[in-house]
Design a binder for this molecule. Sequence first.
Ligand code: CAO
Length: 415
Amino acid sequence: MSKALDGVRILDFTHVQSGPTCTQLLAWFGADVIKVERAGEGDATRGQLRDIPDVDSLYFTMLNHNKRSITLDTKSAKGKEVLVTLIKHCDVLVENFAPGALDRMGFTWERIQEINPRMVVASVKGFGPGPYEDCKVYENVAQCAGGAASTTGFDDGPPLVTGAQIGDSGTGVHLALGIVAALYQRNSTGRGQRVLAAMQDAVLNLCRVKLRDQQRLDRTGVMTEYPQYPDTEFGKAVPRAGNASGGGQPGWILKCKGWETDPNAYIYFITQAPVWGAICKVIGEEGWITDPKYAKPAARLTHLKEIFARIEQWTMTKTKFEAMEILNEFDIPCGPILSMKEIAEEPSLRATGTVVEVDHPTRGKYLSVGNPIKMSDSKTEVTRSPLLGEHTEEVLRQLGYADDAIATLRAERVI
Ligand code: CAO
């Protein structure tokens, strides 16, 4: 079966998480991704958070599936020559170096355009143009600068970062869309273009609803679906909303049977208005269906803490899965708090390829997250990440290098 991005060649200068997330997605859609790494060391994540000595870490393997790896010293004169050939050969160059690193290497946007005017040059940077454009940035910096941390956590606690890697992987996903759009536009213009996804911007995009709330707060001074309402004064900025749903349907995380010993024995429960009657029946409060204190959504907003406390009395008598089963019968929106252990063992996620088992020559079998985007005409087969420089000779031969030229490059430590 063909793949959506068959024939697209990616010169992958990415490292750590944000860039590799992007190029891994492109590889899953069928692009030929050639990852360029420094000989001897490679992507720093190969050696970070190792669980097996001298074996590529899960951090690396889980972000670099379906790619080829070549080693190349791009600061040496001969390495630069190889890089020029690669730029001519590829459609897209993706990088997430610190600001200015590609220019310092001698490959400015202008120079790349001279070499290959059709090339798309895509970058992740921490910040867009402005006061912080020269800063190096990691995940949590982006979460803090993009508005996520100030709006995450509880009102009486400090700002919190979230486990979802919205700064790194979130930006990588944004960049992948930018690249595909640029390739699409190239079909009509014949030209490449620059694509920039700044981590602060991507996090802010994912926090769009909080900027919505800032303006609501500015105008009205109150947000009735926030847990601060009605007991606490709102300040000038959007406060941390704990586990409130953030949308028009109030929700909260409630304890389930076993919560005393299992840190994940909880369920997310949404008191969606159309099923209010069903909720009242399930928890044994049928009187609340007509009681003016609870009957209408607006009236309920001032009693949410009391309502959730009563629902929790019910959820605490059920495991999260029992509660799910009962609530789903009545179309009451809810979700179990799943641990990573439960997710790893969930058969339905294995069946869809969202969780996959991959075999690796030095690591053996490990679990990974497969392509979360499913396409009917472009199926994803997840293959293992490359060993450092595994494809150097294969790629150089493809570029037209003869065996003796390759041997010279190796002897001179260019590859
Ligand atoms: N051959 C020779 N030199 C190479 C090379 C190669 N194949 N590959 C990289 N290098 C060089 C670069 O040219 C750069 O050299 P100079 O600093 O002398 O110009 C150097 O290696 C290191 O690049 P770096 O500054 O990007 O790496 P770092 O580890 O110091 O910083 C990071 C890492 C992530 C903080 C930084 O790259 C960054 O801010 N990137 C943009 C934001 C980003 O993507 N953050 C997400 C991080 S987690 O996904």
